[in-house]
Design a binder for this molecule. Structure first.
Ligand SMILES: C[S@@+](CC[C@H](N)C(=O)[O-])C[C@H]1O[C@@H](n2cnc3c(N)ncnc32)[C@H](O)[C@@H]1O
Length: 243
């Protein structure tokens, strides 16, 4: 299991959504789950989504393996927390209306087991929030180079976005869709400073080589990139048949 305890103190500051963007995403997310009440936040982390959803009147139970991450969620008023591995939930079947997945599916050892397990405890639907960037990203380049050095990840790197590619969601809501100018050196710092999980299992020397190679290949400091935030939902019945 990837251990988020170490990065819990600064996790919230590493997220790329501004307050305004977060508000738009939350507004669209609330609409997507408006017919659900009791929601399981799978990989609740610091409660970035759980806390504001609770303020909207949703009842949220958060599950995570990291106590340090959940401590931050508790500080934000998220009180229903369960320390557990998403591959094996200590929860009764069909006990939740919906479950939420945000930045989690790319981290787990076996994403299919996790989807199946969350389906078991859920009555209505899976709702995922993900960023959809089609242009160059440092993350994608880092993953390519990891593979080139014989160290491909064994996880589902495309996460929730990948699930939406494999299995068409029943509903798709676009929360944000615009061009954005990004500073690639700033983006690289996040990876250089080992803040991304994709850098964690790479030997130090290979990591330095990968970072140096990415640096060399950056010709323009900034890049105009399309940024989309997508909220996708799948009904439990469909996922049950098809995963
Ligand atoms: C990138 S964070 C996302 C947190 C939150 N959903 C958000 O969007 O801010 C991923 C979280 O998933 C948790 N996690 C990773 N693997 C897990 C597993 N197998 N079972 C439960 N939680 C897990 C980590 O501890 C971490 O808190």
């Amino acid at each position: 299991l990837l251990n988020f305890d170490r990065i819990a103190p600064f996790y919230d500051t590493t997220r790329s959504l501004s307050d305004d963007d977060m508000r738009s995403v939350l507004e669209t997310l609330s609409k997507a789950i408006t017919d659900s009440h009791l929601i399981l936040d799978a990989g609740v982390g610091t409660g970035r989504f759980a806390a504001p959803l609770m303020a909207e009147g949703f009842e949220i139970v958060g599950v995570d393996v990291s106590v340090e991450m959940m401590k931050r969620a508790l500080e934000k008023g998220v009180e229903n927390l369960v320390q557990a591995d998403l591959h094996k939930l200590p929860l009764r079947s069909k006990s939740f209306d919906a479950f939420l997945m945000v930045h989690i599916l790319h981290l787990v050892a076996d994403w299919k087991v996790v989807v199946r397990e969350t389906l078991r405890v859920c009555r209505q639907k899976l709702v995922a929030v993900f960023e959809d960037v089609s242009d160059f990203t440092i993350r994608r380049r880092y993953l390519e180079l990891r593979s080139e050095y014989g160290l491909p990840t064994t996880r589902f790197d495309d996460g929730e976005r990948g699930l939406a590619k494999i299995l068409k969601p029943d509903k798709v809501f676009i929360a944000l869709d615009r061009a954005e100018r990004v500073n690639l050196y700033e983006e690289l710092e996040h990876f250089e400073g080992l803040k991304s999980t994709i850098t964690w299992e790479v030997p130090e020397e290979t990591h330095s080589i990968i970072i140096a190679r990415i640096k060399e290949s950056i010709t323009n400091k900034t890049l105009e990139r399309k940024k989309r935030y997508v909220i996708a939902s799948w009904s439990v019945d469909r996922l049950n048949v098809e995963t």
